[in-house]
Write a protein of this length. Structure first.
Length: 255
């Protein structure tokens, strides 16, 4: 031991090295979390409703309060995690579902899903998907499959396109509705044009599930929208559409 150097000072110096490592580690973790929230994607499906109880949407990490505040969340629902779907919904009616109004932006804790009503009176239970339908839940599941780190802003009801367009934190709006056969029905293209050309959003619109062309489809056909089509491996022919280009191919299953 060096002469004149107190033993307690030596001990303090040895311990201080451990303390510095701990502080540095914690600081790095905070920086990583902040860096993650410096870049994120908010996708807004506009559809029938969503089932936030679904296992596919559960996260180990909730959205940070600072993000929710910036997004304009007005209420948070702590959803019941046990029981059947019906039991869980009934258990949460008094604290969640019955309290939601058109003016609310709702965060479902334990998920990365924020929801709101695109139009009033769409369903008896706002935002929640009808278990006999499930279309909005399936569409949102496809979004999460493509980007597990996406933040979802779900709008219930087809008039939700404009509400999504006017939210400053929304990046992408996706819609998947319209008549069978892509029969041209005007209406939605006015809102999607507003979203893209005036509010700077990206809009993806589903083409019809039949072998119809998409150019005349009000959802996926306009030049400002990106048309999306599915390929079914249970059929011999499917189609893919991107704007005005229609390609048809033969899908042959391996024997």
């Amino acid at each position: 031991m060096a002469k004149g150097l107190p033993s307690f000072l030596i001990i303090f110096i040895m311990i201080s090295g451990c303390l510095d490592d701990s502080i540095t580690s914690e600081s790095n973790e905070i920086e990583i979390q902040e860096d993650f929230w410096d870049s994120y994607s908010v996708v807004a499906p506009v559809d029938t409703g969503i089932n936030p109880y679904h296992d596919h949407f559960q996260k180990n990490q909730s959205l940070p309060q600072s993000f929710l505040d910036e997004f304009g969340v007005t209420m948070t629902c702590e959803l019941t995690q046990t029981g059947t779907w019906e039991e869980r919904v009934e258990a949460d009616r008094e604290t969640c579902w019955n309290l939601i109004t058109y003016n609310d932006t709702v965060y479902f804790s334990g998920t990365w899903i924020i929801g709101a009503m695109g139009e009033e009176g769409w369903s008896e239970t706002p935002i929640l998907d009808d278990p006999n339908d499930g279309h909005g839940t399936a569409v949102t599941g496809a979004v999460i499959d493509a980007n597990p780190d996406a933040v979802i802003f779900f709008l219930e009801g087809f008039d939700g396109v404009r509400r999504a367009a006017e939210h400053p934190m929304v990046d992408i709006i996706t819609t998947s509705f319209g008549p069978i056969g892509s029969i041209p029905v005007s209406g939605i293209e006015d809102d999607t044009e507003y979203a893209v050309n005036e509010m700077g959003k990206i809009h993806t619109g589903a083409c019809d599930n039949t072998a119809s062309t998409c150019v005349q489809d009000a959802t996926g056909g306009p030049p400002w929208s990106i048309g999306i089509a599915a390929v079914s491996y249970t059929h011999l022919r499917a189609h893919e559409t991107l704007r005005y280009v229609v390609c048809r191919g033969v899908v042959v299953k391996k024997k």
